[in-house]
Design a protein around this ligand. Structure first.
Ligand SMILES: [Zn+2]
Length: 302
């Protein structure tokens, strides 16, 4: 935490200028009630009265409202944007929550009790004491195939997902494979089709039977939905054309040397060849630290 932020988060934090966690108590209570309903019906979208916040719609107001309604004085918060703790979006959201609660913040996944994320799931496995809050731009998975809200609700109510299957089939006929790169549709507990927010396909298997509670908030669209711990979550696919994650086996992180994690592709500045680095910056830092300490250890085989 930088010095300015620690000053703001210290004993003088807030100073009575804001209610704890910015939102008023009745607003937080309403969001928690909606969240409980969402947990009770995994994958089902619950409407809520999305409040105005001092950030623009589309900058993660849904996720932020969930975080603000849940956070308590003993929580430790981590905020990531595309896996990065240091992006403008992540830094400002973390700053806002810390300023209005005085809560501790961290960049280490294992230390956090509450993690707010935009478009990634941390590489390090989560545990049952953690809550992962997703910022969701488009909560309606059926928007791919149906623009009318009334009809998508009816399709969910009747578990009528034929048009999504047709969409995938046409995709395969046209391109020979399913080309959805992110927001890959998943079926929750064999019942509701759900938009997992724009995480890469790499992260989809992590949704299945995850011990952490996962909450999804869409501020602009005023929807909350949830995956309780250990919920079965499966990407939809055909028997002969199975779901596949991004092909990155041949690549390694230029910085820490890791493979088997989700990597970001960076265009090379001079060579014209791409470079690859871990998308999860905390994971990358920790791997780099381990590698450096192994190098420094006398008699190390590395
Ligand atoms: Zn790395």
């Amino acid at each position: 935490m930088n010095e300015d932020l620690s000053l703001l988060c210290g004993s003088k934090a807030n100073d009575g200028r804001y209610n704890f966690a910015y939102l008023d108590e009745s607003a937080k209570r309403e969001i928690r009630r909606r969240t409980l309903k969402a947990v009770a019906i995994p994958g089902h979208q619950i409407p809520f009265a999305s409040r105005e916040l001092p950030i623009a719609r589309g900058w993660g107001t849904g996720g932020l409202q969930l975080t603000l309604s849940l956070i308590g004085p003993s929580d430790v918060l981590k905020v990531i944007d595309q896996g990065c703790d240091g992006s403008v979006n992540a830094v400002n959201l973390r700053h806002l929550v810390a300023l209005t609660t005085g809560c501790k913040t961290t960049t280490h996944t294992q230390e956090a009790t509450l993690i707010q994320t935009r478009h990634r799931i941390p590489e390090r496995p989560l545990d049952k004491n953690q809550i992962l809050v997703f910022q969701v731009p488009y909560p309606e998975v059926l928007r791919y195939v149906e623009p009318r809200e009334m009809l998508t609700r009816q399709m969910h109510a009747e578990k009528d997902y034929r048009r999504m299957w047709t969409f995938l089939y046409e995709n395969v006929v046209q391109y020979g494979r399913i080309t959805i790169g992110f927001r890959y549709p998943v079926l929750v507990h064999g019942r509701y089709l759900m938009d997992p927010s724009p995480i890469p396909r790499w992260d989809i298997p992590k949704l299945n039977r995850n011990p952490a509670l996962m909450l999804f908030g869409a501020g602009r669209e005023k929807r909350i939905y949830a995956l309780p711990p250990y919920t079965e979550v499966q990407p939809i696919a055909f028997e002969d054309i199975p779901f596949e994650v991004e092909e990155q086996k041949a690549q390694r992180c230029q910085r820490c040397g890791s493979s088997g994690v989700f990597l970001d592709e960076l265009p090379g500045e001079t060579s014209g060849q791409s470079q690859w680095v871990c998308s999860d910056t905390d994971y990358c830092d920790q791997q780099l630290e381990k590698r450096n300490s192994a190098h420094e250890k006398p008699g190390s085989i590395l």
